[in-house]
Design a protein around this ligand. Structure first.
Ligand SMILES: C[S@@+](CC[C@H](N)C(=O)[O-])C[C@H]1O[C@@H](n2cnc3c(N)ncnc32)[C@H](O)[C@@H]1O
Length: 217
C-alpha cells in the first residue's frame, strides 16, 4: 500500500462512505450504462442452468446487476460491507439472499458456487488483499464454474476526500499487475478472457479491466 492508512481503516472509510451515500450513489449508478456487465451476465444466463448458485461480492443496492442475475433464473447470494447498501438491495431484489460483511473475511466451503462475481468492488480492497481474494473466489467455485470481475487499470491508490460528499478509497495494481495476480493466485482457471473496456463514469470516460474465466474440471 502506498498509503500509510491501515487495511482496517481503509475498509472503514469505504463502509462508512457507502453507508452515508447509498441512496445518492444508487440514483447515480443504477441508470448508468454498463454494457460489458450486461453482456457478460446475459452470456452467463445462456451458459449456466437455471437454479445455479451465484455469489456476487460487493453487490451494492442490487440494481441492475443482482436483479439481472435473478432474472436469469439464478439463486443469488449478494454480499456487501455496507448495511445501507444492503437495506436498499433487500428492497430492490427480494428474491435474492443477502449477507453483510467484508468479502475478505467471509468463509464458504470450497466448490459452493456455479459462478462468483464482483462488479466495481474488488478495487475497494487494499491492494495486497486483491490476490488472496481472487484465490478465495476460485476456491469457492465448483469445477466448471464461472468467475467474473472487473478492476481498475491504473497502478495507483485513489484516496478521495470528497467523492459524492464522502471520503472514499479504491486502488489498482495496473493492467500488468492484474495479469501477474491472475497468474500468481488464479491457479485452476482456464479460458481466461482479459478485456480492457472504456465506459462513461459520470461525465468522464474510464477504462476497466474485465476478467472472465472458468474453473477447470
Ligand atoms: C462501486 S459499488 C458497486 C456496487 C455494485 N456491484 C454495482 O455494480 O453497482 C462497490 C460496492 O462494494 C462494496 N464493498 C466495498 N468493499 C467491500 C468489502 N470489503 N466487502 C464487501 N463489500 C464491499 C461497497 O459497499 C459497495 O456497495
Amino acid at each position: 500500500m502506498s498509503t500509510s492508512t491501515s487495511a482496517t481503516d481503509l475498509k472503514a472509510i469505504v463502509k462508512e462512505g457507502y453507508d452515508a451515500i447509498a441512496p445518492k450513489y444508487h440514483s447515480w449508478a443504477a441508470p448508468r450504462l454498463t454494457q460489458k456487465r450486461t453482456e457478460y451476465i446475459e452470456r452467463l444466463g445462456k451458459s449456466l442452468p437455471k437454479g445455479s448458485k451465484v455469489l456476487e461480492l460487493g453487490c451494492g443496492a442490487g440494481l441492475p446487476a443482482t436483479q439481472q442475475l435473478v432474472d436469469q433464473g439464478f439463486e443469488v447470494l449478494g454480499v456487501d460491507i455496507s448495511s445501507s447498501q444492503l437495506t436498499l438491495a433487500k428492497e430492490h431484489v427480494p428474491r435474492a439472499q443477502f449477507m453483510q460483511g467484508d468479502m475478505t473475511a467471509i468463509e464458504f466451503e470450497k466448490g459452493s458456487f456455479n459462478a462468483v462475481m464482483a462488479f466495481y468492488s474488488l478495487f475497494h480492497l487494499p491492494r495486497d488483499e486483491h490476490g488472496p481474494m481472487l484465490k478465495k473466489m476460485v476456491d469457492w467455485l465448483k469445477p466448471g464454474g464461472w468467475l467474473l470481475f472487473n478492476l481498475h487499470t491504473d497502478e495507483k491508490d485513489h484516496m478521495r476526500d470528497d467523492w459524492m460528499g464522502v471520503k472514499m478509497f479504491s486502488t489498482g495494481l495496473g493492467i500488468e499487475g492484474n495479469r501477474r495476480m491472475l497468474v500468481e493466485y488464479g491457479a485452476g482457471l482456464i479460458d481466461v478472457e482479459d478485456v480492457i473496456d472504456k465506459e462513461f463514469v459520470g461525465r468522464f470516460e474510464e477504462n476497466f479491466h474485465w476478467i472472465c474465466a472458468k474453473k477447470s474440471f
